[in-house]
Design a protein around this ligand. Sequence first.
Ligand SMILES: [Zn+2]
Length: 130
Amino acid sequence: MQSAGCRLCKIAREARGESTDGLADETHVHINSAGCEGKATTVMAAHHSIWRHLYDSMHAAQKPKSKLKFVTLDKESNMSMLWRREEFPRICSKKELAEKAQDIEVTMPVKQSQETRYNLDPGSFFENRF
Ligand SMILES: [Zn+2]
């Protein structure tokens, strides 16, 4: 049976006053992903919580001689935050990193759930990630 579209996405779009055209199918995978507009905040919070737990566990198990350094152990950091730290610009400039990441990302297909945002402004779609 064909889905009429995800009810959670529909509610989120209606709350934002956006069109409900092209809703994703309401599948188990969809509603448990950050791609579901109605569940994205919850799914991302769970994701971040799990990563924090993993970072803490890996850090606790780290041997004293290890050369690994956990750069986001105390808090989440995006690329802009990391590149404010002294050691990162020594590796490469943030601009070089963004250009290389964009070179790779443009080869990846855009998800159907992100097409509207991508088509609106393809340039900022990639720039906003950093
Ligand atoms: Zn959804």
